[in-house]
Design a protein around this ligand. Sequence first.
Ligand SMILES: Cc1ncc(COP(=O)(O)O)c(C=O)c1O
Length: 393
Amino acid sequence: MSTAKDIFKKHQAQTFPLPSCLEVESAKGSYIYDVNGKAYLDFVAGVSSCTLGHSNPIIINAVKNQLDNYTHVMVYGEYIQSPQYKLAALLADNLPESLSCTYFTNSGAEAIEGAMKLAKRTTGRSEIISCKDSYHGSTQGALSIMGNEEHKAKYRPLLPNCNHIIYNDNNSLNNITEQTAAVVIEPIQGATGFITPSNNFLQKVREKCAETGTLLIFDEIQTCYGRLGTLFGFETYDATPDILCIAKGMGGGMPIGAFIASWEMMNLLTFEPKLGHITTFGGHPINCAASLACLQHLLASDIMQKVDEKEQLFRTHLKHPKIKEIRGSGLMLSIEFEDEELAQKVVEQSLENGLILFYFLFTKTAIRITPPLTISEKEIIEGCKVIKGILDA
Ligand SMILES: Cc1ncc(COP(=O)(O)O)c(C=O)c1O
């Protein structure tokens, strides 16, 4: 008889030759439980997605209430639906005036696609610049600006006129010119293992964009909704984008993304031609209700204020001779090891010991720590002990 694993491997499209195949039964708080009842402390949170932990009653109730009212009623942008406009308004209340208008999508990649189109439409230019080694999603537009040729080569031709700067390299900023429609950049570069900006790099990119009439797009798909201790990463680094892309953590575990700009810019998608950017399910009312509840709770609680303290706790409890460096900021941290083999061993053995860690796309010597923001101090210390125990052994 086929097992769940056989069926998963045979009938469900695979992304990776060796998935962990953890068979999930349920999840609550900072823990995921498998079908055998084993508990796993989750240091990954669905890759920065489960902001308030698993099965948080705040999210569950928001989803249930919305389910009782209505689910999908019409394509995006036609009917007035309260979860959508209330979320858009609360986002605007917590963003500068230049970021007052939100377009909801289903995912991060779609937010990037929309932002790229909006930048072309606004500037009348076509060149998009991103960073070498960046990841912005797997759809063809987002893939076109990915900064890693190995992942792109087999899918060419992609979008023309996509060029790069190097993250944290001031000299490369000269590539941004009056031909450039937009620069797309993550406040913290994700796929390379959470590289943080140095020497005010983001502000320098901001200045260069202003000088050349280029729009600055921040990919805050991982940093949004408090992961760095501020609601958005740009607040931490004091450089405001023209277009803000968010997703992942904004849904509190439900699938939603958004690109956000000024009303004047967004309005360009409405005319000549009409329907310049459309989606059926973007901003699904259930997902907007979840995102609204998540945002309201983040704003009303001290969860974001505690992020710094929790970061320090990780840094204190992860001191070990085999750990080369702890990178990143807030609850977006990476552990850098001497070599790939050790990084892989730690991820695999942690799972055996009931702790979930995960890899990065472009670096093999680091592992990610992006727990729910609600993780407790006790859980942080407990998980760090597991990692150090493996390293000692
Ligand atoms: C920085 C960044 N941008 C974009 C994306 C794409 O988001 P999604 O997987 O929701 O399409 C991701 C996903 O990992 C990401 O980390």
